[in-house]
Design a protein around this ligand. Sequence first.
Ligand SMILES: [Zn+2]
Length: 810
Amino acid sequence: MKSYDPSSVEPKWQKKWEEAATYEVDLKSAKKPYFTHVMFPYPSGDKLHVGHWYNYAPADSYARWKKMQGFDVFSPLGFDAFGLPAENYAIKTGVHPSKSIAENVETMTKQLKRIGCMYDWSKTLNTSTPEYYHWTQWLFLEMLKNDLAYRKKGNVNFCPSCQTVLANEQVWEGRCERCDTEVVQKPLTQWYFRITKYAQKLLDGLKNLDWPEKTKLMQENWIGRKEGVFITSRLKDIDYEFEVWDSVPQTFRAQTFTVIAPEHPDLPRIVKGLPEEKEVLAFAEKIKKKKMAKRFNPDEDMEGVFTGRLVDNPFGTGDLPLWVASYVVAEYGSGIVHCSAHDERDFAFAKKYGIPLRPVMFPADPKETEKVRNLEYCYAKEPEAIMEQPEEFKGRKWGEVREDIITYMEKKKWGRKAVNYRLRDWSIGRQRYWGALIPVVYDPEGKAHAIPEKHLPWLLPTDVEFKPTGTAPMAESRELKERTEKIFGKGWTPEVDTMDTFVCSSFYSYRYLAEGNQEEFVPKPIEKKWMPVQMYIGGAEHACMHLIYARFVGMALKDFGFVSHGEQYQQLIHQGVITNKGAKMSKSKGNVVSPDSFIERYGSDVFRMYLMFMGPFTEGGDWSDSGIKGIDRFVNRVHEFFTSEANVKNPSPSPNPSPITSLLHKTIKKVTEDIESLHLNTAISALMMFLNAVEKEGSLSSDAAIIFVKLLAPLAPHLAEELWERVGQKGFVIESSWPTYDPKKIISESFTLVVQVNGKLRANIEVPTDISKEEAIAKAKEQENVKKYLEGKSPKKEVYVEGKLVSLVV
Ligand SMILES: [Zn+2]
C-alpha cells in the first residue's frame, strides 16, 4: 500500500491556494517585483502535451523558488488565441472559432490548473477577445501615426496551402514555417511594419540581454548588417540613374558586366523600344513564373539574356553590358548588381554566356596566377590575394585594403560608404478571418484612412464564410461593409485583411500588467516598476520570429512614449527537447507521451519532478516509462518518512555539528545553486541523497524536517504543502522563506576522482564525496586534457564508479 495519495492531496492544496488567492499579486503595492512567465500557449482542442509540461513545470519551480526568496513573483498565463488552427477547424466542422476557442481555453485552463503552477489567473488574457485586440489595433494606429506602418505593392511570400501572405521570418528554407508547403512569390499590395528602421537598434540592444548566445547570434545574422559602398551608375542612351550595392568593393576594377533581377519594376522601361524588348520581357516572365511555381534553385537554374543596354561605367574601364539574370534577387540592395571575375556566381554566369572576365588579383604562386589569368577557376575572397589593380593598390593584399579602397572610391566620388541590412520590413497583412482586422478604411478614391480610435475595437464580423480563397474572406461580410458606410459614408470600403498573429503576441507582456484596463495601454508606473520580464521561458524556434518582433514593438512603444522599457525580456531561457527512447516525439511516429495517464496514476508532482530529473532544463532528456517509477518511489518514501511521528522529533539535543547537520547544510547549498542555474535534475538528486541518509539514521530533528520540506517546495509543491501541515507548520510552505546554509556547519570531505578516456588516465580531480554521478561525469568532461581526447565527440559510453573514477569511451 502506497503511503502517498496524490488524487486527494493535490486537489486539496490547489483548492486552498485558490481560496487564499496565494498567487494573486497586487501589482501596485508589491515591494520586490519579479516578473516571469512562459511563452503563452495556443489554445488547441488537443490535451496539454508533454512539451507544454516540460516548459511550464520547471519554469514554475523556478518562480516558486523566487517567491520563497522573498520576491513578489508575478507569473501570469494567457492564450495566443487568434490564428489558423481554429479557423481551419471551423472550415472542417462549421463551429465558429470564437466558440471553439472559448471551449478550448476553458479545457486548457482546467488542465493547467492540475499542474499546480503558481499562475495569477486573475490577470489572464486572450488575444482573440475584443478587449485584447482593441490594443492590437491601437498598436497599428500608433505605428501608422509614427510612419512605421505603410502599404506597398510588391512581391510577397504566399503560402498556397495556408492561402495567405507570410513575413520573411515565417519562411524557413523556402517553406511555410507552419505547414511546410513551398512558398511562392506573388505581387500584392500589403501592409508592412517598418522594422528596418530599427535594424541598428535591434542589433545594438542584443549586447545588454541575458539571452542564450546562439539566439543572439541568430538575430544578429537575421538582421545581417553589412558595410559596403553604394555606387551611382547610369545607363547609356536613356535617362536612367541607379545605385548599386557592393559589399566587396575591393575588386571593383574587375567588373565587366551588370545584372538586373527579372522582377525589377523598371525593367520594362529600360528595354522599351529596343529590338531585345520582346525577348527580355518574355524571359523575365518565364523566370518569375518558375520562381512562383516551385522552389527556385538560383545555382541550378542560372539563366540570362542581354537587355541591349550598356552601363556607363564610372571607373573608366569600359561599358558594362546589362543582362537580366535569374539569380539576382530584386529585394537585395537595388536589384541591380555589378559583376566580376572574383565572384563564384558571376564567374559561372559569364562563362556560360561568353561574357569577358578580367581578374585583378592573383595568388602568390606564379603557376596559380597563370591559371587565374586564363580563367581556369574563380579566385574569390582570398585574404592573401595580391592586388594588381587599381595602380595605387598594386602589390597589396586583398584582405587588408577594404577600408582604403572605400575611402579611395569616395574621394573619386564614385560611391558612398554605407551600411546595408538583410532585415526586411515585416509584412503584417493576412488574408484570413481569425485575426485582428487592420483598422483602416478606404474612401471612394481608394485612399487609405485610419479608423479613429473611438471606433476601437473594430469588431470582427460574424457573417463570413471561412473557406480560404486567397482573397480575404472578410470581403464577403455585408455587415462590415454596411458598418463602414454607416460611419464613414457611401462608397467607403473596409480593409479586409487581418493582422499577423505575431502582432498580437508582440506586446502581451505589457498587457498582463494592465489587468484588463481598457482606458490605457498599460499604466506607466506599473510598467516602469515591473518591466522588463526578468525571466522569459519558451522555445528556441522563436528566435527570429516572435522574439525579434517583440523587441521591435517594445522599442517602438518606448519611442512613442507609452512604456519606459523597450526591451521586454531581460533574461531568456529555452527549454531543451525531450525525446522518447532517443527519437523526437511526433504525432506521425505515434510516440508522443500523453501526460494524462501518468498524472492519473502518479500525480502532478511526480510527473513534473520526473521531467525535471531527466536532464538539465535547457538540454532536455530522454523519456522512459519506467524512469518515472523511481521518482514515484522517492515521493512515497518522503511522504512515509515525514508523516510518521516517530521519525520527526523535536530539536536535536546536540548542538555539535553532526554528519546529518553537515549534510543538511550541504543540501541547502546544493539545491539553492542548482535551482538558480536551472539544474533541477541535480537539485532533486541532492534531496534524494539527503533522504537516503536520514532513513539510515532513522530520525530527524523537526527543525531539519522543516528545512527539508522547504527545499522540496519548489519541486513538488503539493507534497510539500501536505508535509508542511504534517510537521505542524501554519500557513503555506510557499509563503515561508527559503532556508540559508551555514558554511561553518559543512564538514567538507573530498576524494580524488580519476578520469579515463579509452582506458588511459587523462585527469585527476579533487571532488566532494557527495558528488552525484551526473556531476562527476560533467566535471570530468570539462577538464581540458579530457576535452582534447574527446575531440568534440560525445562519448559512446560513460561509466562512474562511485568514489573512484569516471571512464569515457569514444
Ligand atoms: Zn502554410
